[in-house]
Design a protein around this ligand. Sequence first.
Ligand code: SAH
Ligand code: F3S
Length: 447
Amino acid sequence: MPNVGQRPGRRVFIETYGCQMNLADSELMGGVLSTRGYTAAPNHEEADVILINTCAVRERAEERVFGRLSYLLRFKNERPEVILGVTGCMAERLREVITERAPYVDLVIGPDAYRRLPELLEQCQESDADPVIDVKLDREETYKGLQPERRPGISGWVTVQRGCDKFCTFCIVPFVRGRERGVAPEEILAQCRDMAARGYKEVTLLGQTVNSYRHEDTDFADLLEEVVKIEGIERVRFTSPYPTDFTPKLIATMAKHDKICNYLHLPLQSGSDQTLETMKRLYTSEEFFKLVDDIRQAIPDIAMSTDIIVGFPGETDEDYQKTVDALERIRFDFGYLFKYSERDGTFASRKLPDTLDEATKGSRLAALIKRQEAISAEIFKGRIGSTVRVMVEGESRRDANDLCGRSDDFKMTVFPRPADRELKPGDFVNVRITDATSHTLLGEIID
Ligand code: SAH
Ligand code: F3S
């Protein structure tokens, strides 16, 4: 039966900024549109609809989107019939600014309006006047019954939780993504099974505080137990857990299953208890250390990474030094280190003046990056001589004679293409490590 409102041949190009959740949301939008006859355009030049799926977590992410929008204005001047839409977190947060700074945008929709996308695009076509806006947040929406459009591949995402209830004082996410909701386990498992049937080998379960996942009686450990049972899925990852939502049951589940990747991204944010308290993170540095120790005790070879914010309001030299000390103590395999960026509407922007000057923030960040890079290099070089199991992803970007893939503990590993056999993405090989940088292991296949 033909779908109502189907427009065969309309081509959509979705450009994604920000986190993996946004990449997953873009696949969701692609899925919604494909049921109405839209197909994916390979680039914006060949599209009838261009959607920019945006991130609002830091100012720089937003500036990049405004830069991109002004670039697309020229294109829109040449082809005014093209619909240009801004979707996601920044659309939710900055609808007025977007329509002021980029009045040529036709559509502005937030992360809970994707189900209505086809109708909203219809409205854009019908009216040349003001942009069509839909930024209503919805306490219930988990996109039940919608199938994301995934490109063929070996590794993909499944959103298991939307929104966030933590309200860390620096963070815009709870305001732009609304309240925490768990997706029904049947939906998640159906997606994972579908991916396995299509040749996917790795799934990453996504949520803002993914381990606080709950749906009726199912908690996150229960969900993992079901996902690992799916035949064909060889690796299961998840991101990002919140430290105080880690239960002994979850740690035991991770330790029990080889399929659960030996890598964990565990955001610390700061090593200072004072700063953690003003950030309204719900743990102290000692509690975080204890959690890391417990996880390492249960899974000794686990790799870890973290997120850190430097220059949070009120951060003294001593507070900053505690963050440096925490990185030294824990020795994360790598870190995503950010300068504090004030976000309008958050508690911090209302109550905690951004006291530190840019130079101080900048020099703290640079020194921390330097220190973490050195730690990462030591850890990566420490792997020289060992053998790691790697899932082949494809050709190395640097040299077509090399292949690359991630180790079980998620380290990018590069090795020469074997002469005696053809390897394809998703194959597993054992690689003996002969050299390393602070981000990559280098080696050769041993079998
Ligand atoms: N719960 C999510 C957090 C999303 S934001 C997750 O763990 O993925 C991702 C990271 O961006 C945060 O962990 C934090 O380190 C950083 N971040 C968030 N708000 C920020 C801000 N206002 N300034 C600088 N960095 C920020
Ligand atoms: Fe943001 Fe804190 Fe939630 S960092 S996404 S409010 S856990």
